[in-house]
Design a protein around this ligand. Sequence first.
Ligand code: GRE
Ligand code: ZN
Length: 325
Amino acid sequence: MQGKIALEEHVAIDATLADSKVFGAHVWDTLGPRLVDVQDMRLREMDKHGIEMMILSLNAPAVQAIHDVKTAIAVSKEANDALAGEVRKRPDRFAAFAALPMQDPQVAAEELTRCVKDFGFVGALVNGFSNVGTPDNVTYYDLPQYRPFWKTVETLDVPFYLHPRNPMPGNPQLKDHNWLLGPNWAFSAETSVHALRLIGSGLFDECPNLKIVLGHLGEGIPVQLWRIDGRNGWMHAPHQYPAKHGVGHYFRKHFHLTTSGNFHTPSLVNATTEMGADRVMFSVDWPFEDVGEGCAWFDTAEISDTDRAKIGRENAIKLFKLKLK
Ligand code: GRE
Ligand code: ZN
């Protein structure tokens, strides 16, 4: 398929490049250059495999793991200025998500506003919880101090991509099982709980127009959605949370999913069955996944061509109000 749009596609700046090394030290000669490249190798790969546009975002965990608040703010601004510079060179091929210093919710709201208003960024991409002040103090964004931030996101009417990071070190579940870290399991376990916290907190009752994007075909939530609300049906035990409705209600109303790093047709079919084909969008997860592999899979996956056009292109144009010819 020509004209695809991909939207979990990462770029590193000097200050954040090392964060990705633990995930690919053995292939760093390839991975490192791919992370910093925008206009060269990346564009050639896009041309070769029919990707018209990438929405760029900073690598992970980057800003979220910088516990010193001033530094987090400075790095996010530096990253956003750099992303804006890349988009300015090829606005026909690149758009961008803002990196945000969620350590300070008010500054995060101001930075998102700057990026949307001054640079034309199409949303934010945030790498899970933030370390704030000290390395072991963490915040999740369902907490009350983030409500004004979410109001700003809603007012700007841009989607918020909740991207994975690893759980805090020392989690006993993972002790002696480092292989579970990262994309194998821990990214999804961490991110899905964060998404469910947002839902249960009642955030979406307060902000009825908020739009959240999850990668990796929903971080495992779609396949669990019935069970999350089922709770041994005969027991009639409603969720004990501030939100007014069931989890499925909010998930289908406020969430959009991408295929980043999950090139498996049965999982795609499950996601579109649960969410509808209007709420799933193609993505690769550059440079951690291969553009050629992702596109070869998506272009030939056994779905209808109507759905392929929606998932590959049309849904992203609508959600991010992209101005493509
Ligand atoms: C990602 O950002 O999506 C990512 C990493 C590291 C390894 C795999 C991966 O940051 O998908
Ligand atoms: Zn990613």
